[in-house]
Every structure is written in structure tokens, then in C-alpha cells.
Design a protein around this ligand. Sequence first.
Ligand SMILES: [Fe+2]
Length: 270
Amino acid sequence: MRIGQVLGAAAALGAGALLYGALVEAHKIRLERHRLRLAGWPESLSGLKVAVLADLHVRDLATLRMAQDAVAMALAEEPDIVVLPGDILAYWKRGVLDLVSAALGGLVSMEGRAIAVSGNHDYFAGRAEWLAPALERNGVRLLQNEVVEMCGVQWLGVDSEIGGHADPYGTIMRADPCKPMVVVWHEPDMVDALPRGPELMLAGHSHGGQFTAPWGWAPATSRLGAKYLRGFFPHAPVPLYVSRGVGVTGPPARLFCPAEVSLLTLETQT
Ligand SMILES: [Fe+2]
């Protein structure tokens, strides 16, 4: 086979994979159920169910439908709390708040047991705090370097590092060290800069690599979303769970890396 034919075949294969990724895989959502056994997690809270909806990247009617499907999938699992670790929208534009509000409408049924932090995209062409009214309307509290206690747990919402507003030390200083702490921080690789103490960190941002080989290798990764790409990292400086997220960034396609709604059951490590 000539070199031209080899290159042609490779290009056709790549184009086919991209087409499959755009038309099929980018629209599939997989429910990931995991039991996370955490050192120091109180037995009285063992079994707490946390639904994670990362990287919705809402920007148009297609992403709105995808986000609504993800919300419905999470609620069907009857979680104790729903967590949104950032990149709720893709970028600021006219009408995007209405789309966000419509996407999250189902979360009203959580009766306030829903929290969010900002991701880097929530600062693209705008300010993340502008999201707060649309979130609050649906019972979701936006935490920007703030602590809130819900379901017996302190939820520490750290703002986006890439967005330029993260204050992990200030946030931890606002928490009671005698009560369980879960940090929500958009960029997973920032776990290496997190002070010890919290029992768990939840993140998104990496999209799991979005395009990966069948064995999980990702040729292109996000800044601060490369070292901890997806899944549970019990031996990170603070145990870390990274969701592959719901939406996409860059080309609207995925390969061997389906969108994810996570249902995490937090248990005491014995
Ligand atoms: Fe991000």
C-alpha cells in the first residue's frame, strides 16, 4: 500500500470516528454508580447519596435537552443532595440564563438540597455570579469560596482556579474542622494544592479526556484536568472523584468516553 493510501485510510478512519462521536456517543449519558469508602467519614452519614452533574455546558436547545435528561436521570436515583461542579454554561450570550433555568428546573424538587460552584466557562464573556438568580430560582445555591451545611455535611464550594477566583485556604478556614467536609472545586488537578482535612473533593472539567482510546488514554487534555482525568482517586492528597461530565468542549463529539451522571454513595471506611 502506498503512503498516500495509508494516510487516506487514516483520515477516513478519523473522520468516521469524529462523525460517530458527534452523532452517537456525544448524546449518550451513562449513569455511574459508585460506593466511595472514605477514611474518617462518620458512620451516622454512611450511605449518603450524592448526585454529580458536571460540565453541563448549556448553550443551545440541544445542550438544554441533554442537561434536562441528565437532571432527570440524577433525580430518578433519589439522591440526598445534587452537586454541580461548574461549567454550567458554555459561554455568556443573550438568553443563556433562560436556558440554564430551563435545564435545572427539575432540581426544584430537591427542596434546596442542591449546590453549585463556578467553572472556567462560567467566566467566558461574563461573570459567574450572574448565574446565581437562575440557580436560586431552581433551589440551587451557588458557592463562591463559601461553606454551607446540608445533610450533616459541610460543603465547601471553591471558585474556579482558571477563572482566577479560587480561595481554597479562605474557604477551609470558614469551615468547622470537627465536622465532615466535602470540597467541590471545578479543576481536579487542584487537589494537589488543597490543604489536608476534607474527607472528599468532587470535580469535573476534564470531560474524562472526551476523546480517548478504548483503553482510556487521552491524546488531548485540559489545563488542570490532565493528571486526574476521571473516576475515583482514593490516594490523591484528598480523596477525589472526577466526573466525565455531561456536555462537551471543543468539537461536539466524544469517543470511548460517554457523558456521565454520577451517583456516589459515601461510606465509612472500616
Ligand atoms: Fe472547565
